[in-house]
Design a protein around this ligand. Structure first.
Ligand code: SAH
Length: 206
C-alpha cells in the first residue's frame, strides 16, 4: 500500500488505536486534503506533516488534526468555533460532523484561500471570519465546542466565556515548539475540568 495515501493513514490509526471514531474516519475519507494545500504538489497531501500555505502559516499535520477532533467529541447538533482557520481543512473535516463551524482567521488572504478551498469542496456550513480570534465571536456565542489551532501561552478569557456549560475547549498551550494539548470541560463560569494530551508544535496565536 502507498504510504502516502488516505487508506494507509486509516490503517495506521486503527492499528495503533489512535483514531477509532468511525464518523471521524469517514469525514477524513470524504474531504480531499489536496484541495487545501495550495501550491504544494498533490502527492504531498497525504504525508503526515504540516505544509506551508504562505504568509508563514501551515496546514496542520493530519494526525494532529484528527487527534484534536477525537478529543472534541463532536456531535451533529454542535456549533463549533475554530480560531486559526488557515487553509480551511480542519473546518472542512468538522463540517461533516457538526451543524455549523465558525472559523476565525486573522490573515485576510488566508480567509480568501480557505473560502476558495471550501467552495471547491462544496462545503456550505463553514463560515470564515476575518478577525482576531482572541476575542472570539460574540455574535454566535455560546458555542458547544471551541478549538484553537495555534500555540498560545494562555487561553484568551473571552473564549472561556463564549463556551456553553458542558462544552469543550481544546488548545495547544505553551511555547510554539513545545505546547501541551489541553482539553477543558466547562462546568460553570469558574469551574473547568482540565486534562492534558501530549506535546505538539504549532504556529503561534498572534
Ligand atoms: N486549522 C488550519 C491550520 C491553522 S494554522 C488548517 O486546517 O489549515 C494557525 C492559523 O492561525 C494561521 O493561519 C494563523 O494565521 C492563524 N492565527 C494566528 N493568530 C490568530 C488570531 N489571533 N486570530 C485568528 N487567527 C489567527
Amino acid at each position: 500500500m502507498n504510504i502516502n495515501s488516505k487508506e494507509y493513514f486509516i490503517d495506521e490509526w486503527l492499528y495503533y488505536r489512535k483514531i477509532i471514531n468511525e464518523k471521524l474516519l469517514s469525514a477524513f475519507m470524504q474531504i480531499p486534503r489536496e484541495n487545501f494545500i495550495g501550491d504544494n504538489p498533490a502527492s504531498d497531501a497525504y504525508r503526515d506533516q504540516p505544509l506551508s500555505i504562505g504568509f508563514g502559516q501551515t496546514i496542520s499535520q493530519p494526525s494532529t488534526v484528527m487527534l484534536m477532533l477525537e478529543l472534541l467529541n463532536l456531535e451533529r447538533t454542535h456549533t463549533v468555533l475554530e480560531i486559526g482557520g488557515g487553509s480551511g481543512y480542519s473546518a472542512a473535516l468538522m463540517s461533516r460532523l457538526v451543524k455549523e463551524v465558525v472559523s476565525i482567521e486573522i490573515i485576510p488572504e488566508l480567509v480568501t484561500f480557505a473560502n476558495k478551498n471550501l467552495a471547491q469542496t462544496k462545503i456550505s456550513n463553514v463560515m470564515m471570519v476575518n478577525f482576531d480570534g482572541k476575542v472570539g465571536y460574540e455574535k454566535k456565542a455560546p458555542f458547544d465546542r471551541i478549538v484553537i489551532a495555534a500555540a498560545t501561552l494562555a487561553v484568551p478569557q473571552p473564549l472561556f466565556h463564549q463556551l456553553k456549560v458542558g462544552g469543550v475547549l481544546l488548545a495547544p498551550v505553551g511555547d510554539v515548539h513545545c505546547c501541551t494539548m489541553r482539553k477543558f470541560i466547562k462546568h460553570s463560569d469558574n469551574d473547568f475540568d482540565e486534562s492534558r494530551h501530549g506535546l505538539f508544535s504549532f504556529v503561534p496565536l498572534v
